[in-house]
Design a protein around this ligand. Structure first.
Ligand SMILES: Cc1ncc(COP(=O)(O)O)c(C=O)c1O
Length: 367
């Protein structure tokens, strides 16, 4: 019977989904580790350390929430300085990515453009929807504008990630502007700013005024330490927001999510700023330390809450990764990404967590 069902579903499903590998999220990769019962140090998903404390009310929980809850939109409007009509609250920035592709790309006809190494969900969302994927790799962690130019008219959406994941660095502002200019008549340029709070002065939000083809993505999952809440924001012209609002589910933001997110964006803003300062300090120290280790050949500059580094060989990369797993410390292997041979990524945890990671790597814990 199970086989029969499998065969039926295989027959009915969109053929390209049957063999598709889903996004290997940090949680999925280590789901068995989670079940093992031993306490784990999660330094593989660029989350923030420490838990927030929020009291929420269950008044009106019998009612559907507003399509875009007032308290939340007002709070984000205050935070980012845009009109409410230019903001769409979503279930994480990931939902923003999906909505953009579904709104601008016709399945099996239109393409998105990505600049690897980059965040994996652009390609996964495109594949899910049936949009084609054009790749213009970064050169020295920056955009290849000459190559981007050769794709004008052939793609509908261009995804730029700044600061980039997994590389960590900001793209130069002039390059972002040049890319927006190149595509200003025929493609949307999305600037994914999931990590922008770690270098807030570099935001591209001001470009929304000058260009119609720009979208900025934001999230509360990183600097705001609310990855479990699933709350992100798409910032764009009111025309684009009206379009995306036709595609999103009718009640995307639950009332408890709106309540917690509104508090984080108002009364808790100072906590966020302090968290970012602490993270940047710990990151600078870890970067110096990594540079001193003889198994490390390169430490990438980071404007985000993680550090990418390269090991001197594949065997050293595997040894380092496995040594940490043995000590219940989980980081992310990025070595399968284009240009990132032997590279691993560490999310910046709190001081104690990073000390523990260093001790493990020095062989002072479980060797
Ligand atoms: C660059 C980038 N964009 C978007 C996201 C998704 O964020 P969210 O948790 O808001 O869906 C992530 C998550 O890691 C990310 O690294």
């Amino acid at each position: 019977m199970p086989n029969l069902i499998t065969n039926l579903i295989t027959k009915l499903a969109r053929a390209e989904l049957v063999d598709m590998v889903p996004y290997q999220s940090a949680r999925r990769l280590f789901s068995s580790a989670e079940a093992s019962g031993e306490e784990k140090l999660w330094l593989n998903a660029n989350e923030a350390p420490g838990t927030g404390e929020y009291q929420i009310s269950s008044d009106n929980i019998n009612r559907y929430p507003d399509f875009q809850p007032d308290n939340l939109l007002n709070a984000y409007s205050n935070y980012c300085g845009l009109e409410r009509s230019q903001i769409l609250a979503t279930r994480g920035a990931d939902e923003g990515i999906e909505l953009i592709i579904r709104s601008f790309c016709r399945a099996y006809q239109d393409n998105i453009l990505i600049c690897p190494p980059t965040y994996g969900m652009y390609a996964i969302s495109a594949e899910n929807h049936g949009a084609g994927i054009v790749k213009v790799p970064l050169v020295n962690n920056q955009l290849n504008l000459t190559s981007l130019q050769s794709h004008i008219g052939k793609v509908k959406v261009v995804f730029l990630c700044s600061p980039g994941n997994p590389t960590g660095n900001l793209l130069p502002k002039e390059q972002i502007i040049q890319a927006i200019e190149l595509f200003k008549d025929n493609a949307i340029v999305v600037v994914d700013e999931a990590y922008i709070e770690f270098s807030p002065e570099q935001t591209s939000v001001s470009l929304l005024k000058a260009y119609d083809n720009v979208i900025v993505l934001r999230t509360l999952s990183k600097a705001f330490a609310l990855a479990g809440l699933r709350c992100g924001f798409t910032l764009a012209s009111s025309d684009i927001i009206t379009l995306l609002s036709k595609v999103i589910a009718p009640y995307p933001i639950s009332a408890p999510v709106a309540e917690i997110a509104s508090l984080a964006l108002s009364t808790d803003l100072d906590k966020m700023t302090k968290r970012v300062q602490d993270c940047n300090k710990i990151k600078a120290n870890l970067s110096t330390w990594l540079n001193e280790q003889d198994w490390c050949s390169e430490v990438f500059a980071s404007d985000a809450n993680f550090i990418l580094f390269r090991c001197i060989s594949q065997s050293e990369k595997t040894r380092i990764f496995d040594l940490l797993v043995k000590n219940n410390i989980l980081i992310r292997d990025q070595s399968k990404q284009m240009q990132l041979e032997n590279c691993l990524r560490i999310s910046i945890g709190n001081e104690q967590e990073i000390t523990q990671l260093k001790e493990a790597l020095l062989g002072n814990l479980r060797p």
